[in-house]
Design a protein around this ligand. Structure first.
Ligand SMILES: CC(C)(COP(=O)(O)OP(=O)(O)OC[C@H]1O[C@@H](n2cnc3c(N)ncnc32)[C@H](O)[C@@H]1OP(=O)(O)O)[C@@H](O)C(=O)NCCC(=O)NCCS
Length: 224
């Protein structure tokens, strides 16, 4: 789509492709959510979208994508990428920021259909989001939040060398949860040895993120 260049953004990892879904693919993503994301009774998100009935979960995914698209602003954006493995939609990776140009801080979120969990895909998804944040957008910090009992999500952050950034107490319905805000800085990210990530279509949508292009290299005039 010429006038919504985010549709051209593609991140490719060893096993996965991440892209903004068109409505057909969004419907498939909604079905993945309907088939189940969290174990029965678990609460891993502040909003109860993944704990509703299959129909509620699916609709919530669809509406969330439409809302994120419609509400997009350069100073307040929420990128929701569908994740594909062998052409099949398996989950979602988010990257979002408020006033990014000032704060240089972004947040991630992610989920996979239950049958796709525990195969290393979450780690690759996070790596792709971190690459976009640090290497393309010039983030200085990325925050990833996981509830205390979400061992898989917290382990993914640990693998990238996040540092503890504080614990918040949240009410999810009538339940008290502790949300761990872990922080990865650009310094630590750039010191990691990492799997290659391919990014296509970023320059076309750079302006949507409100991030100016780096200045071109200066021609050095030599006086002899
Ligand atoms: C969180 C999530 C996206 C991670 O994706 P994933 O593909 O399962 O993660 P990976 O396989 O890449 O890595 C998970 C790591 O956690 C570890 N892990 C998983 N369950 C664990 C447990 N109960 N205790 C300790 N470690 C655990 C795995 O061993 C792995 O670490 P390793 O690579 O060192 O062995 C996925 O599990 C998911 O969708 N969960 C439900 C939704 C959710 O919780 N979203 C995040 C909200 S913050």
């Amino acid at each position: 789509m010429r006038h919504w260049p985010l549709t051209q953004l593609t991140l490719t990892t060893t096993d996965l492709v991440l892209r903004v879904p068109d409505d057909g693919r969004l419907d498939e993503l909604a079905q993945v959510a309907a088939d189940g994301v969290v174990p029965a009774g678990a609460v891993y998100f502040p909003q109860p979208w993944a704990s509703g009935t299959p129909r509620e979960s699916a609709r919530s995914v669809v509406q969330n994508h439409w809302w994120a698209r419609g509400d997009w602003r350069e100073d307040n954006w929420r990128l929701l990428l569908a994740v594909f493995h062998d052409g099949q939609v398996i989950g979602q990776q988010n990257l979002s920021a408020h006033d990014f140009l000032v704060t240089r801080e972004a947040r991630t979120g992610f989920w996979l259909g239950r049958r796709f969990q525990g195969r290393g895909f979450g780690t690759q998804m996070r790596a792709a989001a971190l690459y976009l944040a640090f290497d393309c957008l010039g983030a200085q910090r990325v925050i990833s939040t996981a509830f205390a009992d979400n061992a898989a999500s917290r382990r993914v952050s640990q693998k990238f060398g996040y540092e503890p950034g504080g614990v918040r107490r949240l009410a999810v319905g009538h339940r008290l949860v502790e949300a761990h805000d872990d922080v990865l800085t650009a310094d630590r990210w750039h010191r990691l040895s990492r799997q290659p990530i391919k990014v296509e279509g970023f320059e076309e949508c750079r302006s949507l993120f409100g991030v100016p292009a780096p200045p071109p290299p200066v021609d050095v005039v030599r006086h002899v």
